[in-house]
Design a protein around this ligand. Structure first.
Ligand code: TA6
Length: 278
């Protein structure tokens, strides 16, 4: 079943319930903010202090970062992580498949406003497949006459038992850029976390994250970067949309095209990136 709902303030979202899972997707940002497989715990974390408002990103779920990741390379006044996550997308497809799973397609194109921030015509499509796994595919079509460079992320907030329980396997022997020390390092062992972390790993293989309750496999496509982020206590205290202890039960593992992995897309070409969580 697919239902179209809105909050009292007019914030629009879709609620999907099928034999495999339930999910919620906001039209602003094509933002998946809940995905719960049947008889399992929530995959995604959302801050209890998150905004659900026009023009403000949801703190949690899966923000879509586009057309740049992080701060803009040359103009710090432009919105962090681009404009896709706060733009209103168009729903172009909602289908219940023969096997009972659900496919939702949302689309974003350039507007007069986006052209002021990023001077290119584009078609950005997000395909979300809700089944016993959650599969997300982002297709970036260059609809302009000149090539563009694009940075992206599916900035996923995973819901975890406790950040200090977590073990991340699959990053061993990869290099990462540590945004906190501005240095490049090599990851030797499976990753465990006991303080603030903000790293961009160079990795294209499957990574798995285990906590006390479950193991989540993260299978990327068209991406050579995985960002690992937890703001920890001090930084979250400075963020208006985090509660005091919220950071403990979240970890961002973000399939991305960031830093050296930004992509050049030529006119009429399409870059496809995405991720499957199982
Ligand atoms: O992906 C990690 C990161 O870029 C961090 O540096 C960080 O501050 C964060 O994302 C959250 O960004 P936001 O703009 O959503 O507050």
């Amino acid at each position: 079943m697919i239902q179209h709902k809105q909050l009292q303030n007019g914030f629009k979202y879709m609620e999907i319930n099928n034999v495999y899972a339930s999910a919620k997707i906001a039209l602003q940002g094509a933002h998946i903010w809940a995905y719960t497989p049947k008889d399992k715990s929530d995959l995604l974390w959302v801050s209890e202090a998150s905004y659900f408002e026009e023009g403000k990103t949801i703190r949690g779920g899966i923000p879509v970062c586009f057309p740049w990741f992080g701060k803009h390379a040359t103009d710090a006044s432009l919105p962090q992580h681009g404009f896709a996550r706060t733009s209103l997308w168009k729903l172009v497809k909602e289908v219940v498949q023969a096997d009972g799973s659900t496919l939702v397609r949302l689309e974003l194109r350039e507007t007069a406003q986006s052209l002021k921030l990023w001077p290119y015509k584009f078609t950005l499509t997000l395909d979300v497949h809700i089944a016993d796994s959650l599969s997300i595919t982002m297709s970036i079509k260059n609809a302009d006459e000149k090539a563009f460079e694009v940075g992206t992320a599916l900035h996923t907030y995973l819901h975890i038992s406790d950040v200090e329980d977590v073990n991340i396997d699959g990053l061993q022997n990869t290099s990462y850029f540590d945004a906190l020390t501005q240095s490049t390092q090599i990851q030797k062992d499976p990753l465990q976390i006991d303080k603030e972390i903000d790293r961009v790993y160079t990795v294209s293989n499957r990574v798995s994250m285990s906590d006390k309750h479950h193991t989540i496999n993260i299978e990327p496509q068209g991406s050579n970067t995985l960002v690992v982020w937890n703001p920890w206590k001090k930084k979250s205290a400075s963020m208006g949309d985090m509660t005091k202890d919220g950071y403990k039960t979240m970890l961002c593992l973000e399939t991305a095209n960031a830093r050296e992995d930004v992509r050049v897309v030529k006119p009429q070409e399409t870059h496809v990136m995405g991720v499957i969580y199982r």
